[in-house]
Design a protein. Structure first.
Length: 496
């Protein structure tokens, strides 16, 4: 790229290419639709489809697990064949179809809508993030700042989606809520389509000629990929109907992934092997973090509807909107504090190591759940905890998230051998998928019998014990990680 072209692409006011903001808005509206729809899923299954709660939690866990598993395949197909731009457009189209199908008030639409979103997310999610990376050289100091800006767009979209779709779905009509998510998915897709040419050479197929070659029965490679993906949709629907099979799929893939990485580790020299061990330990612990954290989209949705006092100055707030707005809103607010905190501690030689940050994340997460538990005990007579207590609990939970989520990807790139960085990145996301799956199982432990769901005094005890156990167990894991911190730090070697 010439200096003239680079100057034309880089606004003087921010120092970032204009394309970053196109990707920012495309991702923001896509996340609006994704999190807006996710805010409604469990409550819709339980209140409208009349699924019993364990089934609802199992389907939610399966959906979330598949959403985080599919990007491994979409990323590989984009790297080898489609390129990032075609993958993002194809994924966006599938997600748009999924959201609009969910908006249809028919019996078949629910599972098919989710299946389209799962397949579309596999192409959209990893590749739009990869496009951000193509805007900068590897050693460009603006790169971390660019991803921070992009991450902010994700959370703005999530906050608005949870707020608006939660309100429309719960207060007006569930299918209107799904439809609103679809409208904003279309907006995100349009933003990307109109701005994709400004990316110039970035994100194009690695071998355009090979993409047009027939691979089967005269079908071109790209068409074959699109058709094969569409054939996956009914398979995902079948999995929803046979969700018990997800146990074998998720835990089987997890065991194979762990065995394969250990096999690679023992082929490395001692220093590389120890770094990979450190990464694996932190990845395994992160699975438990997401299993607890993702109660937000499951059990805490129903808890907010049944056992949180949503009355503020005579106004009754919609519980789904509040519960799904608070986490990304806290992320937006607290990101500025943590962006200042770590460099400030580093200048004084006090910045915690990566293992200690992981440990602190569990402690803070556990404190958040203990706040929920304490509020439940304090307000047991009414069965409704106060909204300030609910908000405070999320404050600590999101502080925990910001101690683990932003540094996880950086940790993977630093500790993984160069030839398997992409593989390890996929396993990091797959750990999130297993965490999401486990979150559904943990949520099912808080299932409330239909006979008492409308009585907050009687429904509250079904949450109280599990909330306390999550809190105490999470704090305990954090303490273990803090104790093991020096050993893991030793394995990490010269990586900080």
């Amino acid at each position: 790229m010439t200096n003239v072209t680079q100057a034309q692409e880089t606004p003087v006011s921010t120092g970032h290419p204009r394309q970053l903001y196109m990707l920012f808005f495309a991702e923001m509206w896509e996340r609006f639709s994704f999190y807006g729809m996710k805010a409604l899923l469990l409550a819709y299954m339980v209140t409208q489809l009349k699924f019993d709660e364990p089934k609802g939690y199992a389907i939610l866990g399966s959906y979330a697990a598949l959403v985080y598993t599919m990007p491994m395949f979409g990323g590989v197909l984009a790297d080898r064949f489609l390129g990032y731009r075609k993958a993002v457009l194809f994924g966006g189209i599938l997600m748009t179809i999924g959201h609009l199908v969910l908006a249809l008030p028919t019996g078949w639409s629910f599972f098919y809508g989710m299946a389209f979103i799962i397949c579309g997310n596999g192409f959209f999610k990893p590749n739009i993030s990869s496009l951000v990376g193509t805007l900068y050289d590897d050693n460009d100091p603006r790169k971390d700042s660019a991803f921070s800006i992009f991450y902010m767009g994700i959370n703005i979209g999530a906050a608005l989606g949870g707020l608006l779709c939660g309100y429309v779905g719960q207060q007006i009509d569930w299918h209107y809520g799904f439809g609103l998510a679809g409208i904003f998915m279309v907006l995100g897709l349009v933003v990307f389509y109109l701005g994709k040419n400004s990316l110039q050479h970035r994100g194009l197929p690695p071998n355009p000629g090979a993409l047009k070659k027939p691979v089967f029965a005269g079908i071109r490679t790209d068409v074959f990929i699109y058709a094969a993906t569409l054939l996956v949709v009914p398979l995902v629907v079948a999995l929803f109907h046979q969700y018990h099979l997800m146990d074998f799929i998720m835990f089987g893939l997890g065991a194979l992934s762990l065995a394969y990485i250990l096999f690679i580790a023992f082929q490395l020299e001692r220093e590389g092997r120890n770094k990979l061990f450190a990464a694996l330990v932190l990845i395994v612990f992160s699975t438990l973090f997401w299993a607890f954290y993702e109660q937000n989209a499951g059990s805490l949705n129903l808890f907010a509807m049944r056992n949180v006092d949503m009355h503020v100055y005579g106004v009754t707030l919609p519980a789904l909107s509040v519960n799904n707005f608070l986490p990304p809103a806290w992320v937006i607010v607290l990101s500025f504090f943590f962006a200042w905190l770590w460099p400030a501690l580093s200048r004084r030689g006090l910045e915690p190591s990566t293992p200690l940050k992981f440990g602190f994340s569990f402690v803070l997460l556990g404190i958040g759940f203990c706040v929920f538990y304490a509020a439940s005990r304090f307000d047991a007579a009414s069965g409704l905890i106060s909204l300030p207590a609910f908000t405070l609990g999320y404050f600590f939970i999101i502080c925990g998230e910001l101690c683990i989520s932003p540094i996880g990807l950086s940790m993977i790139t630093k500790l993984s051998p160069g030839r398997i960085v992409a593989l390890m990145m996929g396993i990091w996301f797959f750990a999130s998928a297993i965490g999401e799956f486990l979150a559904g199982k943990i949520g099912a432990l808080m299932s409330v019998p239909a006979a008492v769901v409308d009585n907050p005094i009687l429904s509250l005890p079904y949450y109280t014990d599990i909330l306390s156990q999550i809190g105490l167990f999470s704090v305990g894991i954090g303490v273990v990680l803090i104790v093991l911190g020096p050993l893991i730090r030793k394995w990490m070697g010269d990586v900080h």
